[in-house]
Design a protein around this ligand. Sequence first.
Ligand SMILES: N[C@@H](CCC(=O)N[C@@H](CS)C(=O)NCC(=O)O)C(=O)O
Length: 213
Amino acid sequence: MSTPKYKVIYFNFMWLAEPTRLLLSYVKEDFEDVRLDWDEWEKPDSKITNKDDYPYRKLPALEDTENGLILGQSFTIVRYLGRKYKLVGKTEVEAAKCDEYADVLKDMLKEIEVMDDKDEKTKSVMKTNFLEKTVPRYFSVIESNLKKNGGKFLVGNSITWIDFLLAQMAQNFSNYLETDVIANYPTIKGHQQQIFEIPEIKAWIAKRPVTQY
Ligand SMILES: N[C@@H](CCC(=O)N[C@@H](CS)C(=O)NCC(=O)O)C(=O)O
């Protein structure tokens, strides 16, 4: 067996690394799926001594053995692979729309991540705000744009990195909030189902470790 071209280093979650894992599965690139122990990483006297090997001491990181690159920042990683495999849109406008949607998802993600260390009452208020204000603000626009574009691809007439990012981030938000955040957005829901049904993606989903997030 040949050595995989890529190493995806993260923890045993889907969260920020899964869009990359989906994209690599889609382009049929074998990758080493390295999952570090989160609890161990968090310990002040952690046995993980090579944290400095990873950009900003944060994960996920992608190692590309073709050119020696070690890349940090999850959205940058998916965009990089998108570029490499020509999944970034066919025009500058399409590429810009991919970036716009990615920034939307990042704004949403930020709101979720700040909930994490809050007490249950505060978290519940933040969750309601997210579901009642944030989700409609962003997803109603994406729903309408996606519908106008035919429902299959967010941008243009072929798959791009943002299709993987949206499908997985919507899943992440739903898993974290224990509510299907796209239940009221049938076009986004249908798009997500189509992405998860792509044979290469379906095969990855069937074999990946089962995790809550
Ligand atoms: N903006 C970064 C965030 C990366 C990040 O915060 N990763 C967390 C895990 S989800 C981490 O590595 N935390 C470990 C630490 O801060 O020591 C990205 O999208 O990759």
